[in-house]
Design a protein. Structure first.
Length: 335
């Protein structure tokens, strides 16, 4: 019996069932919700969550966390805007912004790898640091906090708002990110080392893995994810502001944890994070269509994060018990 139900114990399968239930419930509450075009193009509203959460998965698998990702988004956005406003080609400005965000991730990683301070504390500090830098850049360019810098070229605006083969560009961006980072995490030596560092960093160090580099590189990936998300938000709103990612950290971490990544490290999948990102995004979209305010939506997403941690831990304990029972049953059969 246990062997028969084992395939159904996968957390990703639970997420898919939860996603289907979410679609059904919101379609019953809100007329017009279950429209394919509405659903697929709603990706534009929350694809930035997935683009930041997928690289963040690497950080949390190592047992760390990066709460500065929202500030990195704002830094990325205002950097693109200021450079473009001062005459630089928007695509070159975008590349420079990404490099700056990777350097921000490098700074986080160096502090985490070479100090004994908890990643939460470090990235909480750098969150204010990066946010302050973004505000200084914004103030120096005379960009108002509300309006920001606008008037971007149509080609840049279409990056987030355009479509290809009848599907929004946001869909293709998410598919590309899932494909690339899945291959990196699940099919490379680097990915295996990320898991080993998260399981036991001391054992990983004694086995010859450069644990400091692994830690640093994962925060660089998180910085890259924050940079991409900030650029997509800038393109979507056609406005560069230093505060664009100020509310992003809660849904990003919710997506990673809900996706099955253990906050203790050592477990997690890119597919799980991607599915959870869509779940969180659709929930935000559905709740707003239902007439809830952004504050009420944030409250529900916060409750969802707490439940996700509890349910994921309960699910893992259940799996361990079933595996133990299965092994005992096999031992009795062999005897």
């Amino acid at each position: 019996m246990i062997r028969k139900i084992r395939p159904f114990l996968k957390w990703e399968l639970f997420l898919i069932c939860f996603f289907i239930a979410e679609i059904v419930i919101f379609s019953m509450i809100t007329p017009g919700f279950l429209d394919f075009n509405n659903l697929i193009f709603s990706l534009n509203d929350f694809v930035y969550i997935g683009l930041a959460a997928i690289p963040m998965t690497f950080v949390i698998i190592t047992g760390g966390i990066d709460v500065s990702v929202g500030s990195v988004m704002g830094l990325s956005s205002i950097t693109v805007g200021v450079l473009w406003m001062n005459g630089l080609n928007v695509w070159i400005a975008m590349l420079i912004a990404l490099i700056i965000c990777i350097i921000a991730g490098l700074f986080n990683g160096l502090l985490v790898a070479y100090t004994e301070v908890q990643p939460m504390v470090i990235t909480l500090g750098t969150m204010f640091l990066f946010s302050g830098i973004a505000l200084v850049i914004s103030g120096g360019s005379s960009a108002t906090g509300y309006e920001g810098i606008s008037g971007f070229p149509a080609s840049f605006v279409q990056l987030a708002n355009g479509e290809l083969l009848g599907l929004p560009n946001s869909f293709w961006l998410l598919v590309t990110a899932v494909t690339f980072f899945s291959l990196l995490l699940h099919l490379t030596k680097y990915g295996r080392q990320v898991y080993l560092v998260g399981m036991n960093i001391k054992s990983a160090r004694y086995s010859g893995i450069s644990t400091k580099w692994i830690l640093i590189s994962t925060y660089m990936l998180a910085g890259f994810g924050g940079g991409i998300s900030g650029i997509i938000l800038t393109s979507y709103f056609s406005s560069a502001r230093s505060d664009l990612g100020s509310t992003a950290i809660l849904p990003v971490i919710t997506a990673v944890v809900l996706g099955g990544t253990s906050i203790l490290g050592g477990r997690g999948t890119i597919i799980g994070t991607a599915v959870a990102s869509v779940i969180v995004g659709i929930m935000n979209y559905g709740l707003q269509m239902s007439g809830l305010t952004s504050e009420q939506t944030t409250l529900i997403v916060g409750i969802m994060l707490v439940l996700a941690v509890f349910m994921r831990q309960s699910n893992w304990q259940f799996i361990k018990k079933t595996r133990k029972l299965a092994s005992l049953g096999k031992a009795k059969t062999d005897a």
